[in-house]
Design a protein around this ligand. Structure first.
Ligand code: ADP
Length: 490
């Protein structure tokens, strides 16, 4: 079924475009909301500076005053009028056609002067100029396009020159942005928005592709793995996360391939091990059917013994799979380990007497008290049982089996099962805990064993987090050991 979810490419692409759209929207908001205020701020501040400059140069000779005022007026783009104490105009600069002060009647100028004197010598007054623009359409009989308000600021200062004579200064400036300025900014912003979108498209495409490409590649390889192709390479990429994902998948591929070959080996081994006793049972039974003389006790024993082997094999296979699936949530209790080992060792006493070997248990470091451990009772009992059965099975010419308990450096209890039997060759030693270990194929197991005893031991001890191991050499006996956590509350 085709997945309808949006691809990583699409998601990243859309997010980058959204980001670009947000930036553009922000620019337009700034332009619409703030341009007017910022422009007014700047123009008002320039009008203030212009007024200060006029006041500073108020003592300039009357002949040169006009030139100085003209420089100030054109530099700050303001209109200036300077009057003497008789209200005679001594300098005038009209740098803006929509100037308010030059359009005022003398009486209005006097009123502004009076208000400034009452206000302590300075005054700021704002004027709104309503203008109507004409469009070419209107010129040819169309509608008037728009009327808008232009704000104008008038500043008045009443000062005395060095000779103590009064001078009245009027400074006027338009503080609303000009239509042309606003239009220019709008066009500029349109171009900037277009450029941002174009760049965002390019960047979004390349970034999305660089992110999605390695993931798509790994996905294809993972699909091969899912189809059972364990040779999938999972080539990494420049980014850490993707190369970690490649490593993990490569590891999973190796593990899956191992599990697969183990599964095949297990099936082959079980089939082989089932066939041998079945053939023996079938052969003996046929013999007994065809030849009444062959219905001997010995042949019945053969059949019973082979059925026993089959039962043990099936039991062990079932146990192993049960242990492996169930031990993740096994119940752990406080167990009298010393008593448990005593019981298992005692169960071998009769066999030891019959077969002529000795079996002992040395309570070791705490011979007075029994040791309690935190573990799964059935599991640990099975471990001790299997190790002792193996010691007996592979005793060969040996004659003694000794179980000891001691204390490790970390304060755990260490159980050791030592025998002086046939031992294990250096070559086989690292593999004996594997299921159905075979050296140099043919099957390396004793004919009585299922080949799963030590695998069961390993699974149980792994589930307990125990340390375990073996030391052995051919002809010199073996020593299997494992550790368990002591229950300190007992
Ligand atoms: P099996 O059913 O064959 O005993 P195990 O998993 O119990 O299977 O043991 C794996 C192999 O390890 C055995 O086939 C044997 O070769 C070797 N082994 C285990 N215990 C001993 C021992 N005490 N002495 C010598 N060899 C041993």
């Amino acid at each position: 079924m085709k997945n309808k979810k949006i691809s990583i490419f699409g998601k990243v692409f859309a997010k980058i475009l959204l980001f670009a759209a947000l930036i553009v929207a922000m620019l337009w908001c700034l332009q619409t909301l703030l341009l007017d205020n910022i422009y007014k701020e700047i123009k008002t501040s320039r009008a203030n500076t212009a007024l200060s400059a006029v006041v500073k140069n108020i003592n300039t000779e009357d002949d040169n005053l006009y030139d100085t005022m003209y420089d100030i007026g054109t530099y700050y783009n303001v209109c200036i009028m300077v009057f003497n104490e008789r209200f005679e105009l001594v300098a005038s600069v009209e740098s803006e056609p929509r100037c308010v002060i030059h359009a005022l009647r003398p009486s209005q100028l006097v009123s502004l002067y009076t208000a400034a004197v009452e206000n302590g010598g300075t005054l700021t007054d704002k004027w709104d100029l309503v203008e109507t623009t004409s469009t070419p359409a209107e010129l040819y009989g169309g509608k008037p396009s728009a009327s808008f308000v232009t704000e104008s600021i008038v500043k008045v200062a009443v000062v005395s020159d060095d000779s103590g004579q009064e001078r009245i200064v009027f400074v006027n400036s338009l503080i609303s942005p000009l239509t042309e300025t606003a239009e220019t900014l709008k066009v500029l912003l349109l171009w900037i928005s277009g450029a941002i979108f174009f760049l965002a498209l390019l960047v979004a495409f390349f970034i999305s592709r660089s992110i999605s490409k390695p993931i798509c590649k790994i996905n294809k390889e993972a699909a091969l793995l899912a189809n059972g192709d364990f040779d999938a390479t999972f080539s990494g990429s420049d980014s850490r996360e993707i190369s970690e994902l490649s490593d993990t998948l490569r590891y999973a591929a190796t593990e899956l391939s191992k599990a697969e070959s183990l599964r095949r080996e297990l099936i082959a081994n079980i089939s082989h091990d089932l066939r041998t006793p079945l053939t023996a049972i079938g052969g003996t039974a046929e013999l007994m059917r065809d030849f009444p003389d062959e219905r001997t006790g010995q042949n019945f024993d053969t059949i019973i013994s082979e059925i026993g082997k089959l039962t043990k094999l099936v039991g062990d296979v079932m146990d192993l799979s049960k242990i492996q699936s169930r031990f993740s949530d096994m119940s752990v209790t406080s167990l009298d380990l010393t008593a448990l080992i005593d019981d298992v060792v005692s169960s071998f006493a009769a066999d030891a007497r019959t077969c002529g070997y000795t079996i002992s248990f040395d309570h070791g470091f705490d011979s007075e008290n029994n040791i309690f451990v935190l573990c799964n009772e059935a599991g640990i009992s099975r471990v001790v049982q299997n190790l002792l059965s193996n010691a007996v099975n592979y005793l060969g010419d040996g004659s003694s089996i000794a179980v000891t308990q001691s204390l490790t450096e970390t304060g755990d209890v260490k159980i050791e099962v030592r025998d002086d039997g046939e031992g294990i060759s250096e070559e086989d030693l690292p593999h004996i805990f594997e299921r159905y270990y075979r050296s140099n194929k043919p099957h390396k197991r004793s004919s009585d064993g299922s080949g799963l005893g030590l695998s069961i031991v390993k699974s149980i001890l792994d589930a307990h987090g125990s340390a375990y191991g073996v030391s052995s050499s051919k002809g010199a006996g073996s020593s299997f050991w494992f550790t368990l956590k002591i229950d300190k509350n007992v």
